[in-house]
Design a protein around this ligand. Sequence first.
Ligand code: FAD
Length: 403
Amino acid sequence: MNQDTSQTPTGIFVDKDKCTGCGNCADTCPFGAILVDETAVIGEGCNLCAACVDACDFDAIYILGKKEAALTGPDDSRGVWVYAEQREKVLAPVSMELLGEGRRLADILGCPLSAVLLGHQVAGLADTLFAFGADVVYLADHPDLEGFTDERYSAVLTELITEHRPNIVLAGATAVGRSFIPHVAAKLGTGLTADCTGLDIDPQNLLLQTRPAFGGNIMATIVCPERRPQMATVRPRVMKRPTPQPGRKGQLVQVSLNHSGFKTSLMEVVQELTDQVNLAEAEIIVTGGRGLQSAKNFQLIYELAGLLGAAVGASRGAVDAEWLSYAHQIGQTGKTVNPKLYIAVGVSGAVQHLVGMQSSDVIVAINNDPHAPIFNVATYGLVGDLFEIVPALIEGIKARMGI
Ligand SMILES: Cc1cc2nc3c(=O)[nH]c(=O)nc-3n(C[C@H](O)[C@H](O)[C@H](O)COP(=O)(O)OP(=O)(O)OC[C@H]3O[C@@H](n4cnc5c(N)ncnc54)[C@H](O)[C@@H]3O)c2cc1C
């Protein structure tokens, strides 16, 4: 429930002059969210279903803003929006990846693609967003948006969405996106599919949002048929970064900040000390799985990786066996990567592993089981014993290098 109209005029309200305290609303509420204390009092369980509005014979209950935004029926012309995340005035790579995917979806729907850029002194980033496919950039550039807080960013994005009512809103499943995008969806009363690994448009023009479900054992495709916008977050590096078109132009819409009196502000950013495994940036990754049989045998993987200038990855099977640290894990509960070359050695290719690496440019799989699922995504498959194939590869590379 939101009865604070000072910042966002949305929510459900009781007109105490009209309410007689008859209790019809409380009896009707499917969530038991209404108490009657002389007049109706709407509590936290309310999800704006509006059953009480219909039940009230005195027109004493009404919904502002949120319901209108959420329940507006499908209208594909309103466009696809991408939240263009920036940190310290540098665009997060996922912003460009989402513009590529957003462009594809917008072209299917025949509607514009817009980017929303929030921050302070970030106007210079708009050209990059146009180059990566945005037709429109909504820019809220204000000192109050210098540091990210959920409260500030969700207030501004919610207001923009309520005003312009896009059909689809995409954001990165980064620490920032995961933190504030659910606030936005909740304020708008619409659905949000987090951590999507695939997006598409169905014949009814609905957004198909695919993500691992039920502990990662199946891939579920989720739709949001009634509420708008359709909202999804996507993990970095799942979507391909498009090729930019330098000089491409679009419309820049300056957005003024109608908010003040924020309760939160950013005091300090503390850099986390991370592990030394830079899988995210690596152009080549050699990954070992349980097929290696022991930590000692990972020496083969390190030797091959060393010759190729590659980073070393691991399946969860190998990490759970404590052959490598978690920092190396690739997959649903590890890192998402998309190098130019991904070599999977003794990895079966469980769906939870595939979601973390399947967008790699070239995938080479080495496995002695010809039916291993890794071969379904492999560009080149080598069926055989890794303890024969990997040493042969190492020797072949050494010979080519003359060492
Ligand atoms: C919620 C959840 C999240 C998960 N997240 C992740 C994740 O982030 N990343 C991840 O990787 N997994 C994840 N998993 C686990 C995943 O389901 C698999 O169990 C795991 O990926 C298996 O690791 P593996 O391929 O190394 O082992 P296995 O499945 O045991 O495969 C070993 C492969 O090696 C092959 N092999 C054996 N010996 C040889 C040989 N001599 N030569 C060649 N090939 C050989 C076998 O044929 C087999 O295909 C998750 C599971 C769940 C439920």
